[in-house]
Design a protein around this ligand. Structure first.
Ligand SMILES: [Zn+2]
Ligand SMILES: [Zn+2]
Length: 343
């Protein structure tokens, strides 16, 4: 069954590559400058499949079993447009223009340093006989790296300047995973790709890993009350769990929002003491008006103003000191002092 699906997939990629991508590249006189037609067709069809899953499975959940009832979905429109821009434009372009050369440079450097081709998995005896176990190990390492990276995104003001765009959403929804700074996508991808390369994951496995992780995140942002039971809640990120990560700061419990950083596995939050369960849904967003202003912007303006606050933080001393920060009207970071509670 799985083999038949894979066969169909490659037939579709082949047809799309021959009849659409190839002629389009020839028309634009691009040749193979941004990658092989077959690779581009594969990336675009993968993105289209992901968008179809969100539209046909996750979006209906928001209609039939919402966690929050909204008067309208006005604030989600920019997230839908951001999804199209990110998945059909920015991500595939970035993969060909930045990530592939980055991976190549890394493997040259690794060969020069005398590291084994298989990465760290070289040191696990007989691992090549257990491909699923190897993939599980990649996944766990990638997810652990994501957890700590995400904590840094909240703790370091210049990184928060970028990540705060994701948290500006007041209506956390099935398209909301794509409300991210494109510069942050570059930083995140290079860091996570490095973990993959050190582990010895190959490009095909990395693509599957990223797509599975993104689907879990798309579901995690879905405005739905569906649950998967207590056991699954402790293992995998669910919509309820990630929704609490997006909560507005509660002044009466100021440290409460410092929770639920995981990407796919909930075990890291449980292990490192940042897991929060059993809270009712809360209002989402950020208290900082400079960041909240993102809600009145379109896809490109949101990116531009995020870059402005990033630059304001990156070029100031306070932007490098781990602390909770807001941004002033000149997009400079202002350390946040909370009265009456530990962060
Ligand atoms: Zn976050
Ligand atoms: Zn989120």
């Amino acid at each position: 069954m799985f083999d038949v699906l894979v066969q169909w997939w490659w037939l579709a990629v082949d047809a799309f590559s021959t009849h659409a991508v190839g002629p389009a590249l020839a028309f634009l006189h691009l040749g193979n400058a941004i990658g092989e037609p077959e690779d581009i067709a594969d990336a675009l069809l993968t993105a289209a499949l992901q968008i179809a899953i969100i539209a046909c499975v996750f979006r209906p959940l928001e209609f039939f079993a919402p966690a929050e009832n909204w008067q309208d979905r006005k604030l989600t429109r920019v997230d839908w447009r951001s999804t199209l821009a990110l998945m059909l434009g920015v991500s595939p372009l970035f993969a060909f223009l930045v990530l592939s050369p980055f991976a190549q440079a890394f493997s040259h450097a690794a060969a020069w340093a005398g590291l084994p081709d298989e990465g760290l998995l070289h040191y696990f005896p007989h691992i090549e006989a257990h491909p699923y176990l190897a993939f599980g190990l990649y996944y766990a390492a990638n997810d652990l790296a994501y957890y700590w990276m995400h904590r840094a995104q909240h703790a370091i003001p210049w990184w928060w300047a970028l990540h705060s765009m994701h948290h500006s959403q007041r209506q956390v929804n099935c398209w909301g995973n794509a409300r991210v700074s494109w510069l942050d996508v570059v930083i995140e991808s290079c860091l996570l790709a490095t973990v993959g390369l050190v582990m010895g994951v190959n490009a095909g496995q990395f693509a599957v890993l990223v797509m599975l992780a993104e689907l879990v995140q798309n579901l995690a942002h879905t405005n739905t009350r569906i649950g998967f039971g207590k056991v699954v809640d402790r293992l995998i990120i669910t919509p309820r769990f990630h929704r609490l990560h997006h909560m507005l700061v509660d002044p009466s419990r100021p440290g409460l929002h410092d929770c639920n950083y995981g990407q796919v596995l909930a075990i890291w939050d449980n292990l490192f003491g940042t897991a929060l369960y059993n809270e009712p849904p809360r209002p989402n967003g950020v208290g900082d008006p400079t960041v909240d202003a993102d809600n009145g912007r379109g896809v490109l303006a949101m990116q531009w103003y995020t870059l402005r606050r990033f630059w304001g933080a990156f070029t100031s001393r306070a932007g490098w000191k781990p602390q909770e920060a807001t941004f002033d009207t000149n997009y400079r970071p202002v350390p946040l002092v909370r009265s009456g509670g530990a962060h």
